[in-house]
Design a protein. Structure first.
Length: 211
């Protein structure tokens, strides 16, 4: 983004792929390099987002895919309004743990919502904002599920076939947008994953450098 505008980098992938750890490591890297950075979590980071997150992950009853998608988009819209836009306008780098790719992968590819209409709704709810760079941490489903804790949330408990569709969805979305979405192998030690994320960001910066 030109001038003093900041940028938005999102990390996504299956539950258990290590994205939250890598978000923390990436934020720490930017801070140590003196780069102003804001961290956020989707859904979360705002009062509304935290309330919706609790419903989405812990609600004991059934939530249909359309309702899920609407709640994720509402939480994201509030986070963009309260946190992301102000940070970008102040020249900060925003690192977001999940963003719009998650809705496409989970509620679209995973749960079967019509992709074209869902994509349009996601863009509308985000006021047209999309990450400057979205990074998908890719890991085989069985390895991702083996990393989950002993108290999985409502989405983590879904059948393995669902998570296979989600993984395939992330990779399909990355294939459709090779300029804006990069895939990083998450089946490596944490330090090597971070190093590849930093190389991916550097390649993006080099491609978008102002001459």
């Amino acid at each position: 983004m030109p001038g003093t505008m900041g940028r938005l980098i999102s990390l996504d992938g299956l539950d258990g792929s290590g994205k939250s750890t890598q978000c923390r490591l990436l934020v720490d890297h930017f801070k140590s390099a003196g780069i102003p950075v804001t961290a956020c979590q989707d859904p979360g980071s705002t009062d509304l987002g935290r309330s919706l997150r609790e419903i989405l992950l812990r609600h004991p009853g059934e939530i249909c895919a359309m309702s899920e998608a609407a709640m994720f988009m509402a939480a994201r819209a509030q986070m963009i309004h309260e946190i992301i836009y102000p940070a970008i306008l102040n020249g900060k780098t925003v690192v977001c743990d999940r963003f719009m790719l998650a809705t496409m992968a989970y509620q679209g590819h995973g749960s079967g919502l019509e992709l074209s209409g869902l994509r349009t709704a996601i863009r509308f709810a985000a006021s047209g904002l999309k990450p400057d760079l979205a990074i998908v941490l890719d890991l085989p489903v069985e390895k991702a599920r083996a990393r989950l804790g002993s108290n999985p949330d409502r989405l983590e408990r879904r059948p393995e076939d669902f998570h296979r569709r989600v993984r395939a969805g992330f990779l399909a979305e990355a294939e459709m947008d090779q300029e804006g979405v990069a895939v990083v192998n998450a089946d490596n030690p944490e330090n090597l994953i971070l190093a590849e994320i930093l190389r991916t960001i550097k390649r993006w910066e080099d491609c978008h450098a102002v001459g």
